[in-house]
Write a protein that binds this ligand. Sequence first.
Ligand code: PA5
Length: 467
Amino acid sequence: MSKSAKSFARKPAPDIAFDFSSGFGRGGITKALQNTYKKRLRLSLERVRREVANGELGFWKLPAVYGDKATLAPVRQAAKNLRSRFDNLVIIGIGGSALGARMLKDALAHPYHNELPDSKRKGMRLYLLENNDPAHFNALMSHLDLKRTVFNVVSKSGSTAETASQFILVRDILKRRFPDTWAQHLLFTTDPEKGILNKLAATDGIQTLDVPSDVGGRFSVLSPVGLLPALALGVDASKLLAGAEHMAQRCLSDSIADNPALAGALLHIIADQQLGRNMVVAFPYADGLKAWTEWFCQLWAESLGKAVDESGGEVHTGTTPIKTLGAIDQHSQMQLYMEGPDDKVFMFIRNESFGKPLAFPPKSRIPEALQYFAGHSMQELLLAEQTASRFALNEQKRMTYQVTLPKLDADTLGQLVFWAEAMTVFAGYLYGVNPFDQPGVELGKQFAYGLMGRAGFESFSRRIRGE
Ligand code: PA5
């Protein structure tokens, strides 16, 4: 893929680093075991490279496509318009249409962003209506000043029940409250051609942004799905995209030493298929990455949990992702991780710099029993805890690996996001399944439509009633 001449230049920014040594070699994945995957690995890499070269992998193109100033310009302009007219941006969306925005806010905005005064807040307040929980919906709607609020309905299909239900309620409220200007309080991010939102946008004069047709929800954060909220929040979207593009290039390398997505995928598939480690614990030591784990869990679970492979054979693949946060879950999950079944791979994510390290007071100002903190900082403590947890698990012969961020910013987050996406796709190809579909979620949706009386789904409600 050639990068446009008008792309954002990536200032020398530090790479995120990977240490897979406690998986490969020391951790039980022997060279001999690796060799049994050699052919599959080569074929998966060749396939990714071919699909990237042919422009067939929609998500892989996003950092370069939106890294082009001209392509990003309408998204930037849309965010600018919203920021000039409103204070609050509410995303109505679920799954891949919302988790990315939440991840970006948590990682890159001030932890109390929404509560900051206008003078200190870098962008709009951001809220999410994901679950169709009436209590949450009512609470948010009564909390917000609707005059100063715009709703971004994000749905590729336009028909997702949780999103559609909240949208029609919001639309109704807006229409009654602002009979002449209600449409200006809405922005749709949806498939450029298909779906009900497109039709409504045309009839009601509502602005739209595209979810590229060849990009599915959980791979869409680097499209307007995530970029609009990022820009509205005041996040440096070009830096995010530049970091992602840098990782996209790294992930095409044919050496597992240089290609962290290929290495991670190989580690996970061998751990699962040969060593009984069929879960992955995403274990960052940074509050800002808590929502990243939720985003990652959806990406990994929905992409790899498949009943059939690409030739139609029954396979039931996938490993179960688990959200964990260090150091908090040392006091919650660690006992199980250390002494329970050896069925997990631990993905530690270490952030090396938190801005202010927060030095502890000198000895003289600390109670005697706690004086071992003197001369250290809060950052040192968290990093020591991360090192200690990994070391302890390694000593128990549990399989760990580590991703190290020199610091958490838009560039490194872009790298982390793209690495996870690429690793998921490599893992899908190694398993021989399609990482881009989600046939397993359909049945539950159909039963729910049946129960809600949607035409065409009557047989599903009859099945639930046992008729
Ligand atoms: O990753 C996916 O494809 C899903 O999680 C979708 O994002 C989710 O179901 C929402 O779909 P839609 O964007 O069509 O409303």
